[in-house]
Design a protein around this ligand. Structure first.
Ligand SMILES: Cc1cc2nc3c(=O)[nH]c(=O)nc-3n(C[C@H](O)[C@H](O)[C@H](O)COP(=O)(O)OP(=O)(O)OC[C@H]3O[C@@H](n4cnc5c(N)ncnc54)[C@H](O)[C@@H]3O)c2cc1C
Length: 439
């Protein structure tokens, strides 16, 4: 055992490069133990596809540690018990997370060990960007203005501490995930057209870095440094990382918004009790091709492009009038990048219940969205095989062209009627408004 040894507790920062907790521990101590705790409360509830993905990321981190002469130590159990047992008086370094679960866990662990928290998961840490009066921003545009003007913090450079070699239980047996730098390099070749094509699900030209960002296999700051803002495409892309910071900052400040509307009047909405509608949405059998394509992709791959997430989420909330929390839970479980701050923030945006959300009266028409963003119908054709023989315009709304095959459902709602019901429900909830939640 090295005399001056610290523990780095990895959670959603599974990398050595530009990792502030790792850099501080490896420069401030002669030795470090790199620890990952498999917490059964999270691991055992995860969708199997996510467990497999995480195992690949842990194998990749272990590989990096081996290259540096050590191992990743993996233990299983409640971190409140496991972290102090591994630390045995050593100082523990970690990067901060903002979910209520993580904050409570770290608070509990911090009562029994010396826990130093750093900010390695965002470009600018939650709470660091404030209005002139010192409040947190509720509106994205001014947040983004301040965010863009701030210099990106310099890279956190690791020191040369000796890395412990005890693997504990060892990483789950899995091939290391492909390095995120490969995805970033591939995306760099097309980033300059990002602003013109990012909303086209048929083209699939976005970065696919959200899973890496969720597990921190790459640093968000590093991405911003590498991509820069020299062209409209690069600026549009980096702006999306500001949205990510914005939602993290909101959740850090309003942890209750995991379960409650950011605008409390909307907690009074009388949501439909419609298990069949919810089920048809999950199965991708609503009769609206773009919605069904998205939900089938989610089931098959744990993925949906951003525009399709907006369309499918909007359909659940604004066409079926089903509580956004049920959709949020379903997405969080199935999405490979399922991430509480981003998922809650975006669901509340779509539902019109969040900070700087889409106004409640702006209701997506799924057919118009489909025509506009999947103009050739290629995305629908890929996922809804029953409609593969159709071309536009029929593929977007087969019932309007007498082209619904026997194997495919007719629309489960009439969009104009559903729209009106939703407007009524939101208006009546506004009538019962209570004091607005201020940041
Ligand atoms: C209803 C709904 C639920 C969502 N749930 C999640 C989620 O659980 N996890 C998640 O990471 N993203 C979520 N998003 C945001 C967005 O859809 C994904 O980040 C994006 O599609 C991931 O693909 P990409 O990495 O190719 O994105 P790119 O377009 O290449 O964007 C780069 C990065 O910017 C960030 N980003 C992009 N769009 C957003 C956004 N709208 N909000 C916040 N950050 C963004 C992501 O980190 C993303 O990886 C959700 C969006 C909606 C509408």
């Amino acid at each position: 055992m090295v005399a001056d040894e610290a523990v780095v507790w990895f959670r959603r920062d599974l990398r050595l490069a530009d990792n502030p907790a790792w850099a501080a521990a490896t420069t401030g101590h002669a030795g470090v133990i790199g620890l990952f705790v498999i917490d059964p409360r999270l691991w055992d509830r995860c969708h199997p596809r996510r467990v497999i993905g995480l195992a690949g990321h842990l194998a990749a981190l272990d590989h990096s540690l081996r290259t540096a002469g050590g191992r990743l130590r993996v233990e299983r159990g409640d971190p409140e018990v496991v972290v102090p047992a591994v630390a045995r008086g050593r100082r523990v370094y970690a990067n901060r997370d903002v979910t209520p679960f993580a904050v409570a866990r770290d608070g509990a662990v911090g009562r029994t060990v010396d826990l130093d928290l750093f900010d390695g998961c965002w470009v600018h840490p939650p709470g660091s960007i404030r209005t002139a009066s010192g409040d947190i921003h509720r509106v994205f545009t001014p947040f983004h203005r301040v965010w863009s003007d701030l210099a990106v913090p310099g890279e956190a450079i690791p020191g040369d501490a000796t890395i412990a070699t005890d693997p504990g239980l060892g990483v789950p047996d899995h091939e290391p995930a492909t390095p995120p730098t490969d995805r970033l390099a591939a995306f760099e070749r097309v980033v300059d057209s990002y602003h013109t094509v990012r909303d086209r699900p048929d083209l699939d030209t976005t970065s696919h870095l959200s899973v890496d960002l969720k597990y921190g296999t790459i640093s968000a700051r590093d991405i911003v440094r590498r991509i820069g803002t020299a062209t409209p495409g690069r600026r549009a892309f980096v702006r999306q990382l500001a949205w990510r910071d914005f939602y993290a900052a909101l959740l850090a400040h309003h942890p209750d918004t995991v379960h409650t509307a950011m605008r409390p009047e909307y907690d009074a909405i009388r949501w439909a009790d419609d298990p069949e509608g919810l089920d048809r949405w999950k199965q991708g059998r609503t009769g609206f091709p773009i919605v069904d394509a998205g939900m089938r992709q989610l089931t098959a791959q744990g993925w949906q492009p951003n525009r399709v997430r907006m369309i499918t989420a909007s359909f659940l909330v604004k066409d079926l009038l089903i509580d956004w929390r049920l959709g949020e839970r379903h997405f969080r479980r199935l999405l490979l990048d399922g991430d509480t701050p981003q998922n809650v923030g975006n669901w509340q945006w779509v539902a019109g219940t969040g900070a700087d959300a889409a106004p409640y009266f702006r209701i997506f028409n799924p057919v118009t969205q489909s025509r506009r963003f999947d103009p050739t119908g290629d995305y629908i054709r890929r996922w809804v095989r029953e409609l593969a023989h159709l071309d536009p315009p029929a593929i977007h709304a087969p019932w309007e062209h007498d082209a619904v095959p026997d194997s495919y459902p007719h629309p489960i709602v009439d969009h104009p009627t559903a729209r009106q019901n939703t407007l009524d429900a939101y208006r009546s909830a506004q009538g019962g408004a209570t004091d607005p939640k201020t940041p």
